[in-house]
Structure formats: structure tokens, C-alpha cells
Design a protein around this ligand. Structure first.
Ligand code: ZN
Length: 236
């Protein structure tokens, strides 16, 4: 499959394409898509697919199945070969981009300053959740790391996307702090580089500049066991 459109342009909100396949009348594969499929702990994109004769289909879920991005629509009627116009729910996507980049800032701070890794994350439009391999619960350190992250966000560093060969990328272990997000079966590694602060192998959608994130607000920390502390945050 061709690379998803969001890989090189996470600000693309609408585009024209063709229906490539339809299964069970509601799972649609498009020739080109910018709908982000659920993955790496990040929620999926929703939006609207409109046919050239004006029929509208809501995309209620986007997932990746057998290596292809599949769009679940809310009603029957799309056919292979249909020419369609796609619109993302930009409110949702942009919020998820802000949450995702915020998680990379947090990951960088916890890694650089506390030698902690994020072992899991779940990002929705309501809140962010990260799991830390923190041994003893230390809420003060968590709050300090969030303060530090907010200081870094205020610097307005740019976020750049580029690619490296897997061989080259594997020489740089810092790229794989968020181990869960990295698929080991790909030859080209996409890098999300917060200039001068953090680099990460990553397939997701990010803001172009940290100042778009706003401010991270600590919500709650939960002790889930040894080396497993769960932290909830919101953005404002
Ligand atoms: Zn990421």
C-alpha cells in the first residue's frame, strides 16, 4: 500500500480519491487516505466521505487490517471505483496531534531527567494517559517532570519529520524510547524530531511546533504495581 497521506502532511484535512475496495458494505479501503488508523495508543480519525453525486458517509472508525487502512462507514452504498472527497474531523485530529506531541515531550523529560521510559500510552480527545516504568510512586517527580515539559513546550521548538533506513536508525537507541510504537518489520523508519530535544521513531500525527500543544495539566497518578505507574493528564 502507498504511504498514508498523514505521514508527510499531518495538516492535510481534505483530499480526493477513489474507493479501492468495499467489504461487508461498510469497510472501505481508499486509494489514498489521510485517516489515521487506531494505533500506538492513539485514537482513530473520523470524518466524512462524499461521493461525486453528493452522497455522504460518516467514517465512524478507522483501523489497520491486513496492512491496509480500513474506514468503517455508517451506511451502505459505496462501490469500488467511486470517486470521493474526504474530510477529516479536524477538531478531533488536531487535538490528538497536540496530545501525541505532548506525550513525546513527556517521554523525553522522563527519559532524560529520570531515566524512565513510557511503556504504554492511550490518547483520546478527553485526556492522555501514560504508563511509566517507575518503581516507587513519586508524585512530586511526576509533577516536576510535567512542569519541566511545559517549560520545553514554551520554547516553541519545531517538530520535523524525516526518514532513515532501519540499519541507520538502529544505531541510535534513543529513537526507540516508546518501544510500543515501533514496528520492527519495516525497512524505513520515520523519525519525529523535536529539534534539539527529542527524536523518536514514530508513525503518528504531530503538530509542527511545540507551542501548538498549549499546557500539560497533571490530573492523577495511579499505582498499578511494581515498575508500573499510570499518569493522566489533560491539555489546556
Ligand atoms: Zn508517538
Amino acid at each position: 500500500m502507498d504511504k498514508a497521506l498523514y505521514m508527510d502532511d499531518s495538516y492535510l484535512k481534505e483530499w480526493d480519491t477513489k474507493v479501492k475496495s468495499v467489504s461487508q458494505d461498510k469497510f472501505i479501503v481508499l486509494e489514498k487516505t489521510a485517516f489515521f488508523p487506531r494505533g500506538g495508543g492513539v485514537e482513530w480519525d473520523t470524518g466524512i466521505i462524499t461521493t461525486d453525486d453528493g452522497r455522504k458517509f460518516n467514517v465512524v472508525y478507522t483501523g489497520k487490517f491486513s496492512g491496509e487502512i480500513s474506514h468503517e462507514v455508517d451506511k451502505n452504498g459505496l462501490k469500488v471505483g467511486d470517486i470521493v472527497h474526504c474530510n477529516l474531523d479536524w477538531y478531533k485530529r488536531y487535538l490528538l496531534m497536540r496530545y501525541h506531541t505532548a506525550t513525546h515531550v513527556l517521554s523525553g523529560v522522563f527519559y532524560n531527567e529520570y531515566n524512565l521510559k513510557i511503556t504504554g500510552n492511550q490518547l483520546t480527545t478527553e485526556k492522555g494517559r501514560i504508563d511509566l516504568n517507575m518503581d516507587e510512586m513519586d508524585v512530586d517527580s511526576i509533577k516536576k517532570a510535567i512542569e519541566k515539559s511545559n517549560e520545553i513546550i514554551k520554547k516553541g521548538l519545531s517538530v520535523q519529520i524525516y526518514y532513515k533506513s532501519r540499519e541507520e536508525a538502529e544505531k541510535d537507541p534513543d529513537l526507540f524510547k516508546l518501544a510500543k510504537e515501533f514496528s520492527h518489520d519495516i525497512d524505513t523508519i520515520r523519525i519525529v524530531d523535536i529539534k534539539g530535544f527529542d527524536r523518536q521513531a514514530d508513525g503518528g500525527c504531530h503538530v509542527k511546533n511545540l507551542d501548538e500543544i498549549g499546557k500539560i495539566k497533571f490530573k492523577e497518578a495511579v499505582n498499578k504495581g511494581k515498575n508500573f505507574k499510570r499518569v493522566y493528564f489533560t491539555l489546556e
